[in-house]
Design a binder for this molecule. Sequence first.
Ligand code: SF4
Ligand code: SF4
Length: 374
Amino acid sequence: MFWPQDIIYLTVLLIISALALFLFTAVAGRLWCGYACPQTVYTEIFMWIERVIEGDRNARMRLDKEGFSSKKLALKGVKHGVWLALALWTGITFVGYFTPIRELVTSAPGAWESFWALFYGFATYGNAGWMREQVCKYMCPYARFQSAMFDKDTLVITYDRARGEPRGKGEGKGDCIDCSICVQVCPTGIDIRNGLQYECIGCAACIDGCDQVMEKIGRPKKLIRYSTTHAMESKPTRLFRPRVLVYSAILALIATAATASLYLRVPLRVDVIRDRAAIAREVEGGLIENVYRLQIMNTTEQARAFDINVSGLPGILVWGENITGIPAAETRMVPVRVRADAATPSGSHPIEFTVRALGVEGVEVRENAVFIVR
Ligand code: SF4
Ligand code: SF4
C-alpha cells in the first residue's frame, strides 16, 4: 500500500516513464502518439462510435451535406449522447482515483468532485470529439520536440520513393497511382509522400489505406511502411547506437534501484514527537521521566501489534505498556513514557526508539530522539 509519504515512488515512476518514452521514440518513432497517447486512443474510440452510428466516411460526408431532417437530427443526437456519456464516465473514473467511486455514483458528490468530473468529461468530449488531431498539431508540446530524438535509424512511417515514383498511371510509372487515399485517410491531412513531417502522429492509417490500394491493383503491399532512413538508402540499420544504449543504461539503472527499494521497503513508519508540554521530571524511585508521542503508521493491509523499546542510556526503558496494536492502513499517535536512571547527568542525551512488528520478521524501524535531564 502506498501513502502520500511514498511520493518518491511516483516521482521515480514518472522519470522511468519519461526515459522509456525517449528510448521508444529513438528506436521506433512516435509509438506513443500512434498507439498509447490518451488523445489518440480516445479519438479512435470516438471515431469508432461515429462510424457505427453515422456510417463510413462517404456516408458521413453525405449526411453532413444533407439539409435538416429528423433522421439527421436523430443520428447526430445519438452520436453526441453516446460521446457525452462516455466523456462523463471518463471524468467520473478520473475523479474516482481520489474519491471512492461508489460514493461518486451512489450518493450526491461534493462540489469539487462534481466540478472535476464535469471538467474532465467536457475536456474529453471536446478533445476527442471535436479537436482531435488539432491537439497533436497545435497544442501538444511533445509533438514539437520528439523529432530531436529521431535519427536515420529510427523506425518511422515512410513512403518508398524509389518504388512509387514517378507516380501516376500507365507505362513507365512507379507503383504509386496517385490516388491520394493516403492523404484522405490521414487525420492530420499531410501527404506522407513529401517525407517525414512533424504533423505525422504515426497512426499508420496511410499504410492501411495504401495497402488496400496495392491489393486492388495487384502490386506488393508496403509502398508506405515502417522503415528507417538508412533502410530506404539501402544502408544497414543499427539498433544499438549510442543514444539507445545511453537511454537503456539509465533506464535499467533507475528501474533496478526502484525495484530494490520497493522490495526492501519496510511497511512501517515512525515519527517521534517530544511532548513539549510535559517537561522532564523526577518520578518515584528517583527516576527521570520524559514523555514522547510516537506517530506509528501501519502501512500494510493487516492489523499488527508493535513492540516499542528504547535504548541509549543506562537503565532507560519504556514505562508501562510497550505493546500497541494498530489496525490495517492506519496511523496512531501513541503516548510513551520513558524513564532513565536518576544518576543520568543533566543535559540532552541522544536515545533511540525501536518499533518492531510482533510475529513478523524484519519489520522494524529505529528513530532517534533526545532525552532531557534538568
Ligand atoms: S495511397 Fe498509395 S498509391 Fe495512393 S497516392 Fe498514396 S501512396 Fe500513392
Ligand atoms: S502520414 Fe500516415 S501515419 Fe502520419 S498521421 Fe498521416 S495517416 Fe497517420
